[in-house]
Design a protein around this ligand. Structure first.
Ligand SMILES: Cc1ncc(C[n+]2csc(CCOP(=O)(O)OP(=O)(O)O)c2C)c(N)n1
Length: 623
């Protein structure tokens, strides 16, 4: 490769990689690359073109190999979430199954509004060798490939038919990835032959550039409307969503809450926006919420929703904010106008600061403030009590709340140093209620897509982003079995994870949901599934993890778990601890109704009763 004048002759793949490697960001700690690296599994669709380019630029842009495309995209997405969307990764796959394995992760990034650059290989633009291995032939449209399935799951999609196209596609892609409102997965489908075509690119295209993350404050009229609404409020409640963290608005939130005496409740994505021991911290909100947050949500006259999508788990399927008017501060117009809110389109930090300035010395009513402080305090004591339980008497098994307590007790620094990672099952509800953290980002639970299998792969991405923190992946046996191969990658890359498996021998949370809907226990717990004469195997999770290169042990009791956690924290590599847990017990305190449709007719009396309850519960729903 040689530069000639103002252009440089590169293949499309070389140009792509060179461009990505030149992008920088400028956080207070000093300039770093926007892309922390590229996860790649090669196949014929990307090995020769993109593979050669990644090799050439491997010093500037490291390439990581994982074991499953979905898992490596989860890792990339978790990396971006840990960096509050200010740094990210790219993911490349071959065509066909490699590409479609990425679809679940694309949906996950889309729902959670997290940036990831997906680079699936694609079929030949020349069409000369059609159908190539793994090509999905469309009988109506010769231009369609498996990658068209990314279109509804991407915030921006382009297929690169000609090398020059990168000059427009790449800046657009980066714009979407770095835009707070549009942020999500970007897919650039890369036909195999075009990856290898050369073109004379302008040298200036590859000059190092600093990517800016714009933050826009509120418009004057929307700010005025918001101020008017708030000045009339006596019982306001802040709902802190992921936008508070991504907008780096945690300090602005704390100042607002304290100055105006407004209590704070947190969504799953927003948890850790305010320190767990802050007097105005009511804890988790909604279906997985605390009694304190849910009680105040029911009584609030104005709910200030900051950076939240208001998904059903947050609103109790629209049953929770019975009295309240809604003020929505959001960078995204679709989110800001949900549920007849008074919208204030704004970055969280700028929006809260502008409101606070305009409100001057306005405060919530003294009685409301006192109630909030009392409720928050009672809930903190309840959490202390639940998580301090050390033993249950045999043959009873511990439940998730007791496991969470042992995990946090095993380090005096847990609330500042740990990052807990989870996604699906019983644990997200328990963690949302019980995990204590004082550090923004200390709670990493993917509960937008709640994708089983995210946990271990996501943990790897978190550890790549924060190598000095203890990354604790808490996972049920079901999620573990769905995707665990990146344990081996974590060992290979020397990115230690502490994995706690809670083995309740089946899909415990869905089993409970099934019965709450009147269903018979069926096809969830292993004992309720069709089985051959050998029955369900007793899976040795520790042995399995050891076979992937980790250290591991099985424990029986909570005190054994606490001791094993200390060994895990001291270990030099990924360490798994597995404990048998009770599939029936959960934290009774808190929670609220969640709409899950129950059959209108059934032969089962339990279903009929559940249907009657369901119809009753729907009466509380705001429409
Ligand atoms: C990929 C995927 N498939 C299915 C589901 C639906 N689902 C949610 S939780 C769950 C069971 C989780 O089992 P486990 O990890 O063992 O946790 P437990 O519920 O037993 O605590 C299922 C099947 C999902 N969230 N993600």
């Amino acid at each position: 490769m040689s530069a000639s004048g103002k252009t440089i002759r590169l293949t499309m793949a070389q140009a792509l990689v060179r461009y990505l490697a030149a992008l920088r960001v400028d956080p207070p700690e000093g300039e770093v690359a926007l892309f922390g690296g590229v996860f790649s599994i090669f196949g014929h669709g990307n090995v020769a073109g993109l593979g050669e380019a990644l090799y050439q630029y491997r010093e500037q842009l490291p390439t990581y190999r994982a074991h499953n495309e979905q898992a490596m995209a989860h890792a990339a997405i978790a990396y971006a979430k840990t960096h509050m969307r200010r740094r990210m990764m790219a993911v490349t796959s071959s065509i066909g199954p490699g590409a479609t394995n990425l679809l679940t992760a694309a949906a996950l990034a889309h729902v959670n509004r997290l940036p990831v650059l997906l680079l699936p290989g694609d079929i030949f633009v020349s069409r000369r060798p059609d159908p190539v291995l793994q090509q999905v032939e469309n009988f109506q449209d010769g231009g369609v490939s498996a990658n068209d399935a990314f279109k509804p799951l991407s915030r921006y999609f382009d297929r690169i038919y000609y090398p020059e196209q990168l000059l427009t596609a790449l800046p657009r892609a980066i714009q979407v990835l770095a835009d707070a409102a549009q942020c999500g997965p970007v897919t650039l489908a890369l036909p195999q032959d075009v990856q290898t075509m050369a073109y004379d690119y302008p040298v200036a295209f590859f000059a190092p550039q600093i990517v800016k993350f714009r933050a826009q404050g509120p418009a004057v009229d929307e700010l005025q409307a918001a101020l008017e609404l708030l000045r009339s409020a006596k019982q306001p409640l802040i709902v802190a969503g992921g936008g508070v963290l991504y907008g780096e608005a945690t300090e602005a939130l704390r100042c607002f809450a304290e100055k105006h005496a407004v209590p704070v409740a947190e969504t799953q994505a927003g948890k850790s926006a305010l320190a767990w021991r802050h007097p105005l911290q009511l804890g988790a909100l909604g279906v997985t919420g605390s009694p304190a947050a849910n009680a105040l949500a029911a009584k609030a006259d104005v709910v200030i929703a900051v950076g939240t999508r208001l998904q059903d788990f947050t609103t109790g399927s629209h049953s929770l904010f019975g009295q309240a008017k809604l003020l929505s501060i959001n960078v995204n117009a679709i989110d800001a106008m949900k549920w007849q809110a008074t919208p204030m389109l704004s970055d969280a930090k700028l929006g809260l600061s502008a409101l606070s300035q305009g409100l001057q010395d306005w405060r919530s009513s003294a009685a409301w403030h006192t109630l909030a402080l009392e409720q928050a305090n009672i809930w903190r004591s309840t959490v202390d009590w639940i998580t301090s339980q050390r033993e249950v008497s045999a043959p009873a098994l511990p439940y998730d709340g007791e496991v969470i307590g042992a995990v946090q007790r095993s380090s005096i620094d847990s609330t500042v140093h740990d990052i807990v990672v989870c996604a699906a099952g019983t644990l997200p509800a328990e963690l949302h209620k019980l995990w204590r953290t004082s550090t923004p980002g200390g709670y990493h639970v993917e509960y937008g897509y709640s994708c089983m299998g995210y946990e271990i792969a996501g943990g790897l991405g978190v550890k790549l982003a924060q190598p000095d923190r203890d990354v604790i992946v808490m996972v049920g046996d079901g999620s573990y079995l769905m995707m665990n191969s990146e344990i081996a990658t974590s060992v290979m890359l020397d990115r230690k994870l502490i994995i706690v498996v809670l083995d309740n021998r089946g899909y415990g949370c869905i089993n409970r949901l099934q019965q709450a809907c009147g269903g018979a226990p069926f096809n969830n717990m292993l004992e309720d599934c069709l089985q051959g004469p050998l029955g369900a195997p007793a899976i040795d999770f520790a042995a399995h993890a050891r076979s992937l290169g980790a250290l591991a042990e099985n424990v029986k009791t909570i005190s054994q778990l606490e001791a094993a956690m200390q060994r895990a924290r001291a270990a030099d590599r990924t360490y798994l601890v597995c404990i048998d847990t009770d599939p029936t017990r959960t934290t009774e305190e808190g929670g609220c109704w969640w709409e899950v449709a129950v059959p209108e007719v059934s032969q089962r009396e339990q279903v009929k009763a559940a249907r009657a309850e369901y119809e009753q519960a729907r009466q509380q729903q705001k429409v």
